[in-house]
Ligand binder design. Structure first.
Ligand code: UDP
Length: 246
């Protein structure tokens, strides 16, 4: 069972938080949730859990609603952010469904009270779930407006004593330029938190990066689209960019 010392000690990171953007759940569609894509991610998570990793998830909401877009459209920002947080709860329930379809026990904990569909966020209870091998999905980001799910992910990674925050993206790391448009773009193997902040590398929000710097938790940026990539990253292998205090 995940959480027990079963001799599979080749994991570099045993307890991790995986951040998946809402947009990743769209797959090739234009909007919303593509269940085959959720299932694909669930299979990756299951394989990693079967290796003995303790995994918690934070999922964004950008495939459904972003507070900034609502504000740009004339809404009050805090109100629009509440809608964004509700979007993340929908995504969390979709991922819960995908994981449980393939036999992975899960719990959703929400930063906004939603008692009929999810537990409230209770840190010690979440840790217990992970120790029991459950994948805990944190919904509603930080539970506060004016933040993003990247910052929510950093906060939960720190609260859960995670050894790394894994950011699954469209590409396999942080590049010197956009690798989709610039063939000369180079992937960084490692970066210092300070480089990311000072050079405004746009890996994730500055508030998320600075919280990871202050708590000394490495951020590993990798591609969720490569099969087996999550397992490799947990072993410290495969293409990625590791952001830490170099
Ligand atoms: N949000 C928020 N507080 C949080 C996390 C998220 O208000 O702590 C809202 C915010 O409006 C954000 C939306 O939820 O735009 C969706 O989250 P995010 O944009 O981070 O999703 P992603 O880009 O990862 O899909």
């Amino acid at each position: 069972m995940a959480g027990e010392d079963d001799g599979k000690s080749d994991l570099k990171y045993k307890r991790v938080l995986l951040k998946i953007s809402g947009e990743a759940l769209m797959g090739d569609t234009e909007y919303g949730i593509d269940m085959p894509t959720c299932l694909k991610f669930a299979e990756e998570i299951k394989a990693a859990r079967d290796e003995g990793a303790e995994i918690c998830l934070v999922i964004g909401g950008g495939n459904i609603f972003r507070g900034l877009a609502g504000a740009a459209n004339g809404m009050e920002r805090a109100q629009a952010d509440s809608m964004g947080m509700l979007a993340t709860i929908m995504n969390a329930l979709a991922m819960q469904n995908a994981l449980e379809t393939i036999g992975v026990p899960t719990r959703v904990q929400s930063g906004l009270r939603m008692d009929e569909v999810a537990e409230p966020f209770i840190r010690r209870r979440a840790i217990r779930h992970m120790e029991k091998g459950r994948v805990v999905i944190f919904a509603a980001g930080t539970g506060n407006p004016y933040f993003t799910t990247d910052t929510g992910a950093a906060l939960r990674a720190a609260e859960m004593n995670c050894e790394a925050m894994l950011k699954g993206t469209q590409v396999d790391g942080v590049y010197s330029a956009d690798p989709k448009t610039n063939p000369d773009a180079q992937r960084y193997d490692t970066l210092d938190y300070q480089d990311v902040l000072a050079r405004n590398l746009r890996v994730m929000d500055a508030s998320a990066v600075s919280l990871m710097r202050d708590t000394n938790i490495p951020i590993v940026v990798f591609s969720l689209h490569n099969k087996g990539a999550l397992q490799s990253v947990l072993k410290g292998e495969g293409p990625s960019t590791v952001i830490s205090a170099e």
